[in-house]
Design a protein around this ligand. Structure first.
Ligand SMILES: Cc1cc2nc3c(=O)[nH]c(=O)nc-3n(C[C@H](O)[C@H](O)[C@H](O)COP(=O)(O)O)c2cc1C
Length: 356
């Protein structure tokens, strides 16, 4: 998740038992051209394993080059490709969730990725389609399977839905019927571990992808790990325990950003998610939005009641992104030339880095 799953956050997810913790989305061309910001986002902790990276690209040439570099120099163990971004400035240029409409271009991109991956698994993540009249997920899944992808993941919403309404898990079941040789992973609205059990039971998907459910709740992975192992789930943390996770997260961000101010600016949104639903959390959040140092954070957390139990009502609170269905912007005449296989969008900048 863009802006979230940097190395410090991945370390916390790993500590709680996440099986695979994917990097922020990395755009192919700036990676190939050695853009410093992109290289930083694409870096791993020395002891991080597995090394899993999400790649965004619209041009088979740059995707192939990026994959070569990631497999060779960065030693990645897994590359996920994102074709689900619904943001207008991306789809308007034929990128993100608009790209699967051009199936021949999609094919070329995936073929280039798999060819350069030297056996490192390539997976792809996508949405149901543009809207209910332009669905692409079944064909996209088939193409991924034919081009040698190792698994597919469906965010069960259309781009037009953006983040609105419930994810349509029935589409995951349909995809599972259609893509029969590689694993199908389901994504959308897993807030608690039992949601994952329900998704698997109702769709027969082979695994689940966690999005907003882990924002401010990285221990969700411990609950999921217990569910899959058939063991007793750990208790939800009380406020004191949440505060310790927050301090740990904030300290790692300072080390990673190399700047306390930048780290605390990044941490503010996490602070709001971690504290959501606790007593006095509105007042506490107002204070948290102004933190500039780890001492600011400590003193705000110390003022709260450490023994307060985790608020049940907050478990399913939507966070990170919500609502606002949209009309999806496509390039002019895009639908009249769906057989074109030349890249339209420019993946030179990092504009695409806000979502899936
Ligand atoms: C802040 C934020 C950033 C995201 N960035 C990405 C991204 O870079 N790549 C991606 O594939 N999905 C991204 N997503 C989408 C999630 O991975 C997931 O598909 C989506 O939130 C639906 O799952 P959920 O309903 O369980 O949250 C992002 C979501 C959020 C909330």
């Amino acid at each position: 998740m863009a802006g979230i799953t940097n190395a410090p956050f991945r370390r916390i997810c790993r500590k709680y038992g996440a099986g695979l913790f994917v990097s922020e989305m990395i755009t192919a061309r700036p990676l190939v051209e050695g853009n410093a910001k992109t290289l930083k986002l694409a870096a791993f902790d020395p002891d991080e394993s597995p090394r899993s990276l999400q790649l965004y690209g619209v041009d088979p040439h740059y995707v192939g080059e990026a994959v070569s570099r990631l497999v060779g120099q960065s030693g990645v163990d897994h590359i996920d490709m994102n074709f689900g971004c619904p943001v207008p400035k991306v789809t308007r240029r034929g990128g993100g969730s608009a790209l699967p409409l051009r199936r021949r271009l999609l094919q070329k991109i995936l073929a280039a990725a798999v060819r350069h991956a030297q056996g490192v698994p390539i997976t792809i993540k996508f949405r149901i389609g543009i809207d209910d009249n332009l669905t692409t997920f079944l064909e996209t899944g088939k193409i991924a399977q034919e081009e040698g992808c190792a698994a597919v993941a469906l965010h069960a919403r259309t781009a037009a839905q953006f983040y609105e309404g419930a994810a349509r898990w029935e589409a995951i079941a349909q995809l599972k019927d259609h893509v029969t040789h590689i694993p199908v992973l389901g994504n959308g609205d897993i807030w608690e571990a039992h949601d994952a059990a329900r998704m698997i039971a109702s769709t027969r998907c082979d695994g689940v992808v966690i999005g907003r459910g882990c924002l401010g709740r990285p221990w969700l992975f411990a609950e999921l790990a217990a569910l899959f192992a058939g063991t007793q789930a750990p208790d939800h943390p009380n406020f004191g325990q949440v505060a310790e996770v927050m301090m740990d997260h904030a300290r790692s961000l300072i080390a990673w950003f190399g700047s306390e101010a930048a780290a605390m600016a990044n941490f503010r949104k996490h602070a709001a998610w971690y504290t959501k639903g606790f007593r006095h959390s509105n007042a506490m959040r107002t204070a948290l939005m102004t933190i500039r140092s780890i001492e600011d954070l400590r003193s705000i957390l110390d003022a709260a009641d450490a023994s307060e139990a985790f608020p049940q009502a907050a478990l399913r609170a939507v966070r990170g992104k919500s609502g606002r269905a949209q009309r999806v912007a496509l390039p002019e005449n895009y639908l009249a030339h769906l057989d074109d296989d030349e890249p339209l969008a420019d993946d030179q900048d990092d504009d695409a880095q806000d979502g899936g």
